[in-house]
Design a binder for this molecule. Structure first.
Ligand code: NAD
Ligand code: IPM
Ligand code: MN
Length: 368
């Protein structure tokens, strides 16, 4: 029997609602796989932690994460007005999420943009644009660039306010994420789109220089270069041309939310944040304050993040496949949460019902 310790950081907004479904699924997986046990350790993280302890990533939570084999995170953050109740540096994005990423050096962020035929009707794109479905992997560098560079806010000699934020990468950081891109492309279609802005940014010039060096070790992978602004358009007009897309932190933040847009909802965007020793898993979306507390959030991104954890941290590939299949089956049966199911024949279900149906579908798959 192998016991995995999982830190559960439900967070703010819809975080606790979608995390509840993840826990349901984990308990079902545990019941189906007698050789594994999950030790689930809940910890405060985000605005909820700040209001309770004065810190959005408290020491007790850090200790639980340090002990864990993997971390499962819900969502953090408050709406624009409520955010102002927390000092800027303790706000959950700067005070909890970025420190979590930095602490475990989770530099490789996998954000699958996946729309099989069973989900195709949710997309705003025309069927002829979707073709056989969308299946691409955004690989976003997660611990460098503008997010982690030096920041300065002040007043100049004329009394004018100014701000300075530094976009910084060293060659090791660039090489490491590009290797992840190449290795992922080798496991998939052997094509990698390099997304950059070398017509303006020196960081992209260095990025591309290092890419040339790294590419020598991956002669079987074809590299295609696309400027980030054009890539945004192609994602809408012809997403089928992409398979693996690799890019720096900020570009990845923006294009991955666009990924949610072409699928039909951010509720369809799970993610894995992988570090050398520890990884954490989270939906790509935020805390959705506009729908929090109503039991209507789509938990697919959260449950998909569980599937990624089973596969990438625990080596449970078959069970991860079963879980993806279970989620697809719920949609194939015509159900959808309100972000997705529109129109007269929509069979609307809530957050809890989606979680329950996924467990029922999962239990139809043969046990380990
Ligand atoms: P958001 O992703 O929370 O919401 C954008 C839109 O998508 C909203 O209309 C929301 O209702 C919808 N949406 C998102 N997830 C959904 C789901 N699972 N089901 C149904 N609809 C869903 O982005 P935002 O409104 O710009 O940000 C809200 C807060 O979340 C901010 O404080 C932001 O900083 C934070 N945030 C946190 C994370 C994170 O925890 N990793 C990620 C992004 C944003
Ligand atoms: C994401 C989020 C975060 C980011 C925020 C909440 C700091 O938008 O995970 O995409 O910008 O990385
Ligand atoms: Mn984002």
């Amino acid at each position: 029997m192998k016991t995995y310790k999982i830190a559960l950081l439900a967070g703010d907004g819809i975080g606790p609602e979608v995390m509840k479904q993840a826990v349901k699924v984990l308990k079902a997986v545990e019941a189906r796989n007698p050789e594994v046990a999950f030790e689930l350790n809940e910890a405060l993280f985000g605005a909820v932690a700040y209001f309770e302890t004065g810190k959005s990533f408290p020491a007790e939570t850090i200790a639980i994460c340090d002990e864990a084999d993997a971390i499962l995170k819900g969502t953090i953050g408050l709406n624009h007005e409520d955010s102002k109740k927390i000092p800027v540096d303790e706000q959950p994005e700067r005070g909890a999420l970025l420190p979590l990423r930095r602490r475990y050096n989770t530099y490789a962020n996998f954000r699958p943009v996946y729309l099989p035929q069973e989900l195709a009707h949710f997309s705003p794109l025309k069927p002829e644009v979707i073709g056989d479905g969308i299946d691409l992997m955004i690989i976003r560098e997660l611990v460098g660039g503008l997010y982690f560079g030096e920041k300065e806010v002040g007043k100049d000699d004329n009394g004018k306010r100014y701000v300075r934020e530094v976009l910084e990468y060293d060659e090791d950081q660039i090489r490491d994420i590009l290797k992840v891109g190449f290795e992922t492309a080798q496991r998939r279609k052997k094509v990698m789109h390099n997304i950059h802005k070398s017509n303006v940014l020196k960081s992209s010039v260095l990025w591309n220089e290092i890419l040339e060096e790294v590419a020598v070790d991956y002669p079987d992978v074809e590299v295609k270069h696309i400027l980030v602004d054009a890539a945004a358009t192609y994602l809408c007009l012809n997403p089928g041309q992409f398979d693996v897309m690799v890019m720096e932190n900020m570009f990845g933040d923006i294009l991955s939310d666009q990924g949610g847009g072409i699928l039909g909802s951010l509720g369809l965007m799970p993610s894995a944040c992988v570090g050398p020793e520890k990884s954490y898993y989270e939906p790509s979306h935020g805390s959705a304050p506009d729908i929090a507390g109503k039991n209507i959030a789509n938990p697919y991104s959260m449950i998909g993040s569980v599937a990624l954890m089973l596969e990438m941290s625990f080596g449970m590939e078959q069970e991860a496949k079963n879980l993806w299949h279970a989620m697809k089956s719920v949609f194939a049966n015509g159900y959808g949460t309100p972000d997705l199911a529109k129109g007269e024949d929509a069979k609307l279900i809530d957050t809890d019902a989606f979680g329950d149906m996924v467990v029922d579908e999962l239990n139809k798959a043969p046990r380990a």
